[in-house]
Design a protein around this ligand. Structure first.
Ligand code: 4GM
Length: 228
């Protein structure tokens, strides 16, 4: 999978993309990530990328020409262009699964109060939000999307069944996990987990997942009024 990222702040991506699992996946060629400086597509001595909003109001708006030119320079057949924006559909695990099957993603990061709507009209396939809050720019949301997508790309995690088997992909929260030592400050690991009885372990985990989800995230439980 190839991911192109368009941003005014390429350095924001350096740390997160150069650590741990993402670093290894890039080194092994499983994902190719290229970060592009939007300003290079802006004209004039000052390479201005923002301007005041028509109709007035506070803040600045990202100009249409640099963004459209930059996306068009990267777009090929099979590209899927995503604008990171608070106005987008809220990201969830099923969207990550759908996106992880794309051969080429182009992630567009906005800045300031917004992006000239003609960017969306001309080159964007989908607007995605990571949640109902506003950030100073779209770089952190793009990194979250890249991280969530990358771990679903075959070979990235190493243990292939884990991503599809995890509770979250069945719409449930994960069950509690334990590792050594079997007792710490009087708190014991549940007996069933050290029993070696895999059928009982699976039953316990399913029960705990369902209980946790019902208590903490009733909106995820089917039949709940808040179901999405
Ligand atoms: C407005 C339009 C994404 C603001 C596009 C981006 C929050 C999210 C921005 C933009 C953002 C989010 C920049 N803030 N909830 N700020 O995913 O890219």
């Amino acid at each position: 999978m190839k991911i192109d990222i368009i941003t005014l702040f390429p350095r924001m991506f350096e740390g997160p993309l150069d650590e741990s699992i993402l670093k290894r996946a890039r080194e092994r060629g499983l994902i190719q990530i290229v970060v592009h400086q939007l300003r290079e597509f802006a004209e004039g001595k000052h390479r201005i990328t923002d301007d005041r909003p028509f109709g007035g109001g506070p803040g600045m708006v990202m100009k249409v020409e640099p963004m459209v030119k930059c996306v068009e320079s990267l777009k090929k057949e099979g590209s899927h262009v995503v604008l990171m924006a608070p106005q987008g559909r809220k990201l969830d695990q099923s969207m990550l699964q759908r996106l992880s099957a794309k051969e080429h993603l182009i992630l567009v990061c906005g800045h300031y109060e917004g992006v000239d709507d003609r960017v969306r009209q001309l080159v964007v396939d989908e607007e995605i939000s990571i949640g109902d809050y506003v950030l100073t720019n779209g770089a952190l949301p793009a990194m979250i999307l890249v991280d969530g997508v990358a771990r679903l790309v075959p070979g990235v995690l190493g243990h292939e069944d884990s991503a599809s088997e995890e509770s979250f992909s069945q719409g449930l929260l994960e069950y509690p996990q334990f590792t050594r030592p079997p007792e710490f400050r009087g708190l014991k690991v549940p007996d069933v987990l050290v029993s070696g009885n895999h059928e009982e372990i699976a039953k316990w985990r399913k029960k705990m997942s369902e209980e946790k989800t019902r208590n903490v995230r009733p909106d995820l439980v089917k039949g709940d009024a808040g179901e999405s």
